[in-house]
Ligand binder design. Structure first.
Ligand code: AMP
Length: 245
């Protein structure tokens, strides 16, 4: 016996052992990345953004704005969408091409949708194009929890619970073409409904920044408001115009 098995490793063997470790660590990192990729490409979500828009600002962002066949919507916030989102800020989209928008599934909700979720793009298409887009891009990504009827109903129910315009008007913030500071708007909503919103803005043709959308967060069941795990990019400066509609 020359005791070969007990000899210390030569530099060659030490290097091989080191590179095996590196390969193992790299494989683990790759697996970690792949698991994130599969999450962000499809199944599951952490919470919803419930997004309402101020129609006056939306119309100011466009050359033309078309009113629904039912006429000019009331001067009130309207729904833009209920969007599944991940806690890291990314979101799934267009999750099921085999689940097209189907108005017959929500025929009992259409009257309410025309009021609370009106289309303002041209041509109006009776709202079908807007609702189709929202269902196919966003709604299909929470379909395991909310089928098509439950999805649109969930958004209408939240809208019912949250009267943004009243909360703002009670705090002296009115759609009268005046300008209001973002913290004033945010704090009025937080005080009125108990949850912190995110306010996004647009720029009109006179270069005024305006209140465009108010984001609130809703838990994954689509029922209850929650504090946002992650905010979208907010408009903090300068003061924002609340245009007459
Ligand atoms: P999303 O992809 O869900 O962020 O929605 C963006 C699309 O919705 C854009 O094409 C917008 O022009 C459109 N959009 C937003 N609000 C309205 C509205 N009130 N009526 C019609 N289309 C809208």
């Amino acid at each position: 016996m020359d005791g070969e098995g007990l000899r210390p490793l030569t530099p060659k063997y030490t290097n091989m052992a080191k590179s095996s470790w590196f390969i193992l660590v790299e494989l683990l990192l790759l697996l970690e990345c792949l698991s994130h990729l599969s999450i962000s490409q499809g199944q599951g979500y952490d919470f919803f953004y419930f997004v309402q828009q101020w129609p006056g600002s939306y119309c100011d962002t466009r050359k033309a704005c078309c009113y629904p066949t039912t006429g000019k919507p009331a001067a009130n916030f309207t729904i833009h969408g209920l969007w599944p989102n991940y806690n890291n800020g990314s979101y799934p989209s267009n999750c099921n091409p085999n689940s097209p928008y189907n108005a017959t599934k929500i025929s009992d909700l259409l009257g309410k949708m025309e009021v609370d979720w009106p289309t303002l793009a041209c041509p109006t298409n009776g709202g079908t194009r807007f609702w189709t887009h929202e269902w196919e891009k966003h709604g299909t990504c929470s379909e395991s929890v909310l089928d098509q009827h439950s999805y649109f109903e969930a958004a209408l129910n939240i809208k019912n619970k949250v009267n943004l315009l009243k909360v703002l008007e009670d705090a002296g913030i009115q759609p009268n073409d005046q300008f209001y500071r973002e913290p004033q708007i945010r704090e009025a909503i937080k005080a009125g409904i108990g949850y912190t919103p995110a306010i996004t803005c647009n720029t009109d043709s006179s270069k005024n920044r305006q209140i465009l959308e108010i984001y609130l967060c809703v838990d994954a069941s689509g029922k209850d408001l929650i504090e946002c795990p992650k905010f979208p990019t907010r408009c903090k400066k300068p003061p924002l115009q609340f245009p007459i509609f």
